[in-house]
Write a protein that binds this ligand. Structure first.
Ligand code: HEC
Length: 280
């Protein structure tokens, strides 16, 4: 009996050992993102900065095929434009991001910020006159520019590894935005050949060189330009891109709840009315 027990114990201990060896990756750090609670909303300044980090750093390797430039200026987008009446002058003034009170949404075709972002990008497209591929400035209707024409080219430039499309990456990875943020700060500065040690990547070694360096992306709003801040901002942007209608959905959830509460009250009153005077 004792022998059976000790054999069972040995099996259990051994299987734990295997489990630990197999999952070298650490659990992602839990960051208190603005969008997490049931009433949470996106920190739009962070989404804007995160777009800047994507644009200046990540977009050299990663596509975001689900996004077009015009999405940045849609209602609920990081560069949505509103006209608001100024308290001091009484004049209508432009305001990026949803104002606390009122404001009229400006259609994205009239949004100079989004137009500037799109036209600052060079898109390779078929020239309508020559039929040849040629460069042209981006339009707001264009999808985000792809860094590589196809997967073979992407792998050839990245030591055989494929830089995945980032459109919905926070939904595609266990741990979501926490995982993305942790992955970006999880390098220890050492590498083996073309693989870099990263304590949050399954297997512990990733083909992506550490993409972020302190001060690499200048911020106009005075926010600290640290690797951790960049990682937090770009993770917030990627969460927005994977779930741009979250705020609307949460609002709708509350409307539905309020409706159900009122409906239950009415049903109860109706029940009382119908059974009034009956003994049951
Ligand atoms: C120099 C090219 C390059 C840059 C720049 C780059 N990446 Fe990557 N990235 C890669 C490659 C290659 C992989 C695939 C790694 C692998 O499979 O080992 C990858 C993988 C990833 C993954 C997937 C990890 C997983 O769990 O599979 C995420 C998320 C990611 N990168 C995010 C980013 C973000 C965010 C940025 C910008 C801050 C960025 N990358 C910048 C090349 C790059």
């Amino acid at each position: 009996m004792l022998r059976v027990l000790s054999a069972a114990a040995a099996v259990i201990v051994a299987s734990f050992g295997i489990a630990f060896a197999a999952s070298e990756a650490e659990h992602p750090e839990n960051h208190p993102f603005s969008f997490e609670s049931p009433v949470g909303s996106y920190d739009m300044a962070a989404v804007q900065r995160g777009f800047q980090v994507y644009q200046q750093v990540c977009s050299t390797c990663h596509s975001m095929d689900h996004l077009a430039y015009r999405h940045l200026g849609q209602e609920g987008g990081p560069f949505a434009l509103y006209m608001v009446r100024s308290h001091e002058t009484g004049e209508m003034e432009p305001h990026v991001g949803k104002p606390a009170h009122g404001g009229t949404f400006v259609d994205v075709t009239e949004n100079p910020y989004v137009r500037a972002i799109a036209s600052g990008v060079t898109i390779v497209d078929v020239d309508p006159n020559s039929g040849q591929l040629a460069d042209r400035p981006g339009r707001i209707s264009d999808r985000f520019r792809r860094p590589f024409p196809n997967e073979i080219a992407a792998r050839a430039s990245n030591g055989g590894a494929y830089p995945v499309d980032l459109s919905v990456i926070t939904s595609a990875r266990h741990g979501g935005a926490d995982y993305i943020r942790s992955l970006l700060i999880g390098y220890d500065g050492t590498s083996e050949g073309t693989l870099y040690h990263n304590r949050y990547f399954p297997g512990g070694k990733i083909a992506m060189p550490p993409p972020l360096a302190e001060g690499a992306v200048p911020y106009a709003d005075g926010t600290a330009t640290t690797v951790e801040q960049y990682a937090t901002d770009v993770a917030t942007f990627l969460q927005w891109s994977a779930d741009p209608h979250m705020e609307e959905r949460k609002r709708m959830g509350f409307v539905v709840l309020a409706f159900l509460v009122v409906l239950s009250g009415l049903l109860y009153l109706a029940y009382k009315q119908v059974w009034r005077g009956e003994s049951h």
